[in-house]
Design a protein around this ligand. Structure first.
Ligand code: IPM
Ligand code: MG
Length: 351
């Protein structure tokens, strides 16, 4: 099992190093190969996604990714910004299906900013389309405007084929859960969303056992904090999914808890925490490594055919939380506040 390891920037380096430590304790044969990406890629070779890094990602069985983003590079032209690395990888590897499970661990219900009874037992899956939409739609740019100044523009677009394949991923995922899918769009305003809704509805006919509902994205943002347990699988486009998944993460107590899988049509995948590089706490050894460790569990399950190992890892995380270990982001009074390394060691010991 060859894994491309791309730590990236900021806390990416710390959480990946700790995750490798934990993976090393599973007793499986991994071959890890590391390469720079994001700001680190730019520093190494003048591009956020260096050729060699992309080549490594292409030939590996799976990719373990930290985070990219570095304020040092905020003023670079768009094409050189660290974020281009992850966007470039998603596009080049056709990782169109982004799975973002948001689960509230019993032990963490108190760490949520919502009342514990609103979130206790929450278990939702956001299926976010990842290679289309306004993120990649052409044309985009900044140009002179007739009125004098300049204008910025991006293009939201989705083809029927793109909508159909992500809908299918959501329906299939729902079959392993409670067979409920809510498709989120803005069909009261956007043409793209009107087509989205039509195609998702059509595709649902092949999945007679699934209950499909539709919701506007503004309402969904509201419902997620009002009554999140009404949802099971949410399927949505790239931009709405980006926003809703950050929102959903806070239901679980911390964005430091949410893993993700980005899959192609053959289940090859890139695995990353949904949080960013957190430059404000980088290098302090206090970042929560659990989102990355849980991403590694998703990697074992979806790309490496190691379902049992994935379960062991997830079980060890649960046990660690039950035993009271907390990084600063999920700390509540009476628990044991630990560093990034201590949290990872606690998980490794419980495997
Ligand atoms: C995410 C991130 C990325 C995105 C950024 C870093 C480009 O926010 O994975 O959610 O917008 O998709
Ligand atoms: Mg995001």
């Amino acid at each position: 099992m060859k894994i491309a390891v791309l730590p990236g920037d900021g806390i990416g380096k710390e959480i990946i190093a700790e995750t490798l430590k934990v993976l090393g304790r599973l007793g499986l044969k991994f071959e890890f190969e590391e390469a720079p990406v994001g700001g680190a890629g730019y520093a190494a070779s003048g591009h956020p996604l260096p050729q060699e890094t992309l080549a490594l990602a292409k030939q590996a069985d799976a990719i373990l990714f930290g985070a990219v983003g570095d304020p040092k590079y905020d003023n670079l032209e768009s094409a050189k910004r660290p974020e281009q690395a992850i966007l470039g990888l998603r596009k080049a590897l056709e990782l169109f299906a982004n799975l973002r499970p948001a689960q509230v661990y019993e032990e963490l219900a108190d760490a949520s900013s919502l009342r514990a009874e609103v979130v206790a037992g929450l278990d939702i899956l956001i299926v976010r389309e990842l290679t289309g939409d306004i993120y990649f739609g052409e044309p985009k740019g900044i140009r002179a405007h007739a009125s004098g100044g300049r204008e910025g523009f991006d293009t939201m677009r989705y083809s029927e084929a793109e909508i159909r394949r992500i809908a299918r991923v959501a329906f299939e995922a729902a079959r392993k859960r409670s067979r409920k899918v809510c498709s989120v769009d803005k069909a009261n305003v956007l043409e793209t969303s009107r087509l989205w809704r039509e195609v998702v509805t059509q595709e649902a006919k092949q999945f007679g056992d699934i209950a499909l509902s539709h919701m506007y994205v503004d309402n969904c943002a509201m419902q997620l904090v009002r009554n999140p347990k009404q949802f099971d699988v949410i399927v949505t486009g790239n931009l709405f999914g980006d926003i809703l998944s950050d929102e959903a993460s806070m239901l679980t107590g911390s964005i430091g808890m949410l893993p993700s899988a980005s899959l192609d049509a053959n289940n090859k995948g890139l695995y990353e925490p949904i949080h960013g590089s957190a430059p404000d706490i980088a290098g302090k050894g206090i970042a929560n490594p659990l989102a990355t460790i849980l991403s590694a569990a998703l990697m074992l399950r979806h790309s490496l055919n190691q379902g049992a190992a994935a379960q062991r890892l997830e079980g060890a995380v649960k046990k660690t939380l039950r035993d009271g270990f907390r990084t600063a982001d999920i700390y509540t009074a009476g628990k044991r506040k630990v560093s990034t390394a201590e949290m990872a060691s606690a998980v490794a010991e419980r495997l």
